[in-house]
Design a protein around this ligand. Structure first.
Ligand code: ARG
Length: 466
């Protein structure tokens, strides 16, 4: 079997080592990017006077045929393809098979080192918008949950202890805020990918007068890499992509954890749709949140790919090393896992309903202590003193297993003469959220504004039909 580099060697390489080095099993995913890069390269060679227009035309039409053949998945599984080292060898072999000698001129002045770099960037430029769309769908379902929640109240938690009442809508919008940062991070990633590496050769640049500015424009890149040594050995873009995927998975995992907790018997604020839960083979009563557990679990896999990839990069001398080939399985697995997890989360969150009674009951009681302190502050007490007074009151109520609403006016007054009958209206979950003032707060007007702003963001996205 001839390799792209067989000339230098006597006899065949060790079969097991060839198999060990092959990447076609996974880099075939770059097929259409590889062909697009080659189409542009052939045109670039022609412009540089390196290819005759007849050869360039033959290569272009041959590559178009190869691209068209790729629409059939079995194209990648022929006995010949089973011997190809990587997607670049595959495309070149298929091309030469179709057009003969002209095809053997395509690789003039080019290296696979820059070819794989340009393929990856083209791949990311077409796939990142797809991931962004999937993130947007998750944001959309959270916005709908916030709308459906209306004025439903629930407790918020710090240290996983009841903290203060919030609107359930505010809770859903909190998760949406994190995913909006992820969406923006993917946009930054698109910009990072927007550099043309071609013209770098194997490491030192190319000796043919290739118009890289024209090539960049043709392939839709807005910049050219700064340095050929860096460009051929740089896969920072993969690390950035793995980070963007990892952090989105972390956000999905935190949302999953909240769904698992809040749909449990212990919390009972939300109910999972029957379609989004699984049963137990043994315990008939079980309604398990398996999909959310899997999302939480799969976050570890993506974070592992990021950590693994950084470890692969850290010892490499500048310039290309074959270690870099490890980037693709990491990237593809992270991407696939994120995509599947976003879809699962969308399905589960879309089916959640709120148990208003239990959620609102859990939102009142001693977690209104801050509101009691604020009541005293409004009557002129220093906050530190108010905190002390209410702390003593809470200690008493905990001992007596009662809550604020059970106190008689006399009992209130035994803690401070400033308590009046209006304390009963002032100390409730609804009053608590109604007293918040800042735009990022859980005040119903602030939440309505936040929701409207989120809807406007979704509507104004390019290509949006929302
Ligand atoms: N499969 C290789 C990679 O992903 C392509 C570049 C191969 N270059 C080489 N000199 N072996 O990095």
């Amino acid at each position: 079997m001839a390799h792209l580099w067989s000339g230098r060697f006597e006899g065949d390489p060790d079969a097991a080592l060839v198999e060990f080095g092959r990447s076609f099993g996974f880099d075939r995913r770059l097929f259409e990017d590889d062909v697009r890069g080659s189409l542009a390269w052939a045109a670039g060679l022609e412009r540089a006077g390196v290819l005759t227009s007849a050869d360039a035309a033959a290569i272009q039409s041959g590559l178009q045929d190869v691209l068209a053949a790729g629409a059939d998945p079995s194209f990648f599984n022929s006995p010949a393809a089973d011997q190809d080292e990587d997607v670049h060898s595959f495309v070149e072999r298929e091309l030469v098979q179709r057009i003969g000698d002209a095809g053997r001129r395509l690789h003039t002045g080019r290296s696979r080192n820059e070819q794989v770099a340009v393929d990856l960037r083209l791949y990311l430029k077409r796939r990142i918008p797809e991931l962004q769309r999937a993130v947007v769908e998750t944001i959309d379902v959270l916005a709908t949950s916030a709308e459906t929640a209306g004025d439903a109240l629930m407790p918020s938690y710090t240290h996983l202890r009841r903290a203060q009442p919030v609107l359930a809508a505010h809770f859903f919008l909190a998760h949406a805020s994190a995913f909006r940062r992820d969406h923006a991070r993917f946009a930054t990633l698109l910009d990072e990918a927007d550099e043309l590496p071609l013209g770098s050769g194997a490491i030192a640049g190319t000796s043919y007068p290739i118009d890289v500015a024209w090539l960049a424009k043709t392939l839709g890149f807005s910049r050219i890499v700064r340095n050929s040594i860096d460009a051929t050995g740089d896969r920072d873009i993969v690390a950035s992509a793995l980070f963007a995927c990892s952090l989105t998975m972390v956000h999905l995992s935190r949302l999953a954890e909240d769904m698992i907790l809040f749909t449990s018997e212990e919390f009972g604020f939300f109910e999972l749709a029957d379609t989004a839960a699984t049963g137990s083979s043994l315990m008939p009563q079980k309604k398990n949140p398996d999909p959310m557990e899997l999302v939480r679990g799969k976050a570890g896999r993506v974070i592992g790919r990021l950590a693994g990839w950084l470890a692969t990069m850290k010892g490499l001398p500048i310039g290309y090393s074959k270690d870099l080939q490890e980037d693709k399985e990491a990237l593809f697995e992270a991407e696939d896992t994120l995509r599947a997890s976003l879809a699962a989360t969308k399905a589960v969150v879309g089916g959640i309903s709120i148990n208003r009674g239990p959620a609102e009951r859990a939102a009142s009681g001693l977690l209104l202590a801050t509101d009691v302190a604020d009541y005293l502050v409004a009557k002129g007490v220093a906050f530190r003193d108010a905190h002390e007074i209410v702390g003593a009151l809470v200690r008493r109520l905990v001992n007596e297993r009662r809550s604020f609403d059970a106190l008689t006016l006399e009992e209130w007054r035994s803690h401070s003469p400033l308590f009046d009958a209006d304390v009963y209206q002032a100390v409730s979950a609804a009053a608590s959220v109604g007293k918040k003032r800042t735009p990022q707060s859980t005040h119903p007007d602030a939440v309505a504004n936040a929701l409207a702003e989120l809807r406007a963001f979704l509507r104004d996205l390019p290509g949006s039909s929302r």
